[in-house]
Every structure is written in structure tokens, then in C-alpha cells.
Design a protein. Structure first.
Length: 289
């Protein structure tokens, strides 16, 4: 089409425009800015939902498809233009909620150009990272849709991978049940055994008997720690369930995880040391006899 364009105040020139109107829907997953807004408003995007609630535009979304068209401007860039009642075609702008005017190409481009998030909030061609301060537009980060569930953590809160991550603290159901059963049994029986052993130490009449009972008590304490670890880790798995991916780094860096790690290391070491020492003392006693 040929259209008159204001070259400078009071002077107009005839400029040819090549208008592109796709007949079939196209893949908009890799489109941003002007291209995405235009094709989405025409309902010609495939793979990406259309733009929602674009009330910030001077023209409604209904009139968008009737009065706006996509063209190649003289600078080689795509430009959205509006046909006015006067017959002139003028390039449209986007009005942010805070009053800032933007070039239409800065809308839905993964960047908060308005500063109040109004140029990106209703776009459907991106993923919004969930931050602790998500109420602040400056704290948000937008990702291309194809960056979600790609195995790479792009959001600082890992929210781009949480929806597709099904990781648990304990993956197997059998291991979960076993952890509860073995952990609970270890705590109960080792508590009883250790208390009885400590109570009988007072009745030890020889050094060998005292040493044997003390080492047996240490074995019970070590096994009790292992049981407590199993029970605690099973409880953590039950607490997080399917949300563990979102909180995994928070958990791994917490003092509770460190405490459980220490417990799982010290418990077996105490038991192993006590069993080795007990075996050595009994072997020494047998040799002596």
C-alpha cells in the first residue's frame, strides 16, 4: 500500500508499505516485542497463549486487528502503524501505567522497560521467576518459555525448574517406609538397652566388666544416632514432598541438614570404634586365659 507519512512538520511524502498478514498461525515461542504483540493480537501465535488484558493501549484489542498492521519501515525494522481517520498512518506507542511512553517493540521483550512491569505483566511469551520480593517489579526476571524445564537453573529461586522437577529427599517408597520403621525401632530399643547398660555399670566389680559395659553403651548410643538420623530424614521427606526441588538448596545450606550430616557420620563411627575396642579387649582376655 502507499500511504502519506509526515516527513517533517507540514511536509508529507508518499511511502510504500509492505503489509504482512499471516494466513496460518506461526510459532511464536521465539518472538518478542512488536512481532509477538502483533501476531498474538491477531490470534496467529502457535505454542504461546495470546496477550492478555492489554488495556494500556490507546486502542482496544478488538480494534487492534482492524486498525493496525505490520509493515517494514524505511529503517528496515518492523513497525506497528495505525490508520487514523485523517488517512495518515502513524507509528503506535505503548503507554505504561506510570505514564511512560515506549516504542511498541519494547513490549513483551523480556525486559521491564516501563519500570512498573506493565509492559511485560500480561505477556504470555515468557516465564516469570518467583522471587521473595516478587511484589517489586524490579525484583522480577523474565525468561523465554523454552528456558523452562531445560535442566538449567536460570531463576535465582530455581522456580523455572520446580514445576517439572519431581525430586524427593528419599525417592523410593520402600526406603521411606524402611527409614520410619528401622529408625523408630532403633531409637526405642537402643534407648532401653543403653539405659539398662548404664544402670548396670555401677554394679561392675572389675575393670574388664566396667569396660565391656561402657563399650556396649557406646554401641547403643551410636546405633541410636543412626536411628534418629533415619527417622529425621524420613520426616524431612514427608515435610517437603513434591516441593523439595524448590527448597532443596535452602535445605542443603541449613544448619539442620548439617546437624543430620554430622549425626549420620558420628553414629556409625562411635559404634565401629566401640565394637572394635570391645573385640580387642575380649580377644586380649581370651589370650590371657
Amino acid at each position: 500500500i502507499n500511504a502519506e507519512w509526515p516527513l517533517r512538520p507540514g511536509v508529507y511524502g508518499t511511502i510504500p508499505y509492505e503489509v504482512h498478514r499471516p494466513v496460518e498461525a506461526v510459532n511464536c515461542q521465539f518472538m518478542y516485542g512488536e512481532q509477538y504483540v502483533y501476531l498474538s493480537s491477531l490470534m496467529k501465535c502457535r505454542g504461546v497463549p495470546p496477550v492478555q488484558n492489554f488495556t494500556e493501549f490507546p486502542e482496544s484489542v478488538i480494534l487492534w486487528t482492524q486498525r493496525k498492521m505490520l509493515s517494514v519501515a524505511w529503517d528496515g525494522k518492523l513497525a506497528l502503524i495505525t490508520k487514523r481517520r485523517s488517512g495518515f498512518l502513524v507509528k503506535e506507542v505503548f503507554q505504561c501505567k506510570n505514564g511512560i511512553l515506549l516504542d511498541i517493540n519494547k513490549v513483551c521483550n523480556l525486559i521491564n522497560d516501563c519500570g512498573d512491569d506493565s509492559d511485560e505483566r500480561d505477556c504470555q511469551n515468557h516465564f516469570t521467576c518467583r522471587h521473595v520480593n516478587s511484589s517489586l517489579p524490579s525484583a522480577r526476571r523474565y525468561l523465554p518459555i523454552h528456558s523452562v524445564c531445560d535442566g538449567i537453573y536460570d531463576c535465582v529461586d530455581f522456580s523455572d525448574e520446580v514445576s517439572c522437577c519431581k525430586k524427593h529427599v528419599i525417592e523410593s517408597v520402600i526406603l521411606k517406609v524402611s527409614s520410619y520403621f528401622i529408625g523408630g525401632a532403633a531409637i526405642i530399643f537402643n534407648s532401653i538397652s543403653t539405659l539398662r547398660t548404664l544402670a548396670s555399670i555401677k554394679k561392675a566389680k572389675t575393670t574388664n566388666i566396667f569396660s565391656d559395659k561402657a563399650l556396649i553403651a557406646l554401641i547403643g548410643i551410636g546405633d541410636w544416632l543412626v536411628g534418629a538420623y533415619l527417622l529425621a530424614i524420613a520426616a524431612v521427606d514427608t515435610y517437603y514432598r513434591d516441593t523439595f526441588c524448590f527448597f532443596q538448596f535452602e535445605w542443603l545450606l541449613s544448619p539442620y541438614c548439617s546437624a543430620l550430616g554430622i549425626m549420620s557420620t558420628i553414629g556409625p563411627q562411635i559404634s565401629l570404634f566401640a565394637m572394635t575396642a570391645l573385640s580387642f579387649l575380649r580377644a586380649k582376655s581370651i589370650i590371657k586365659e
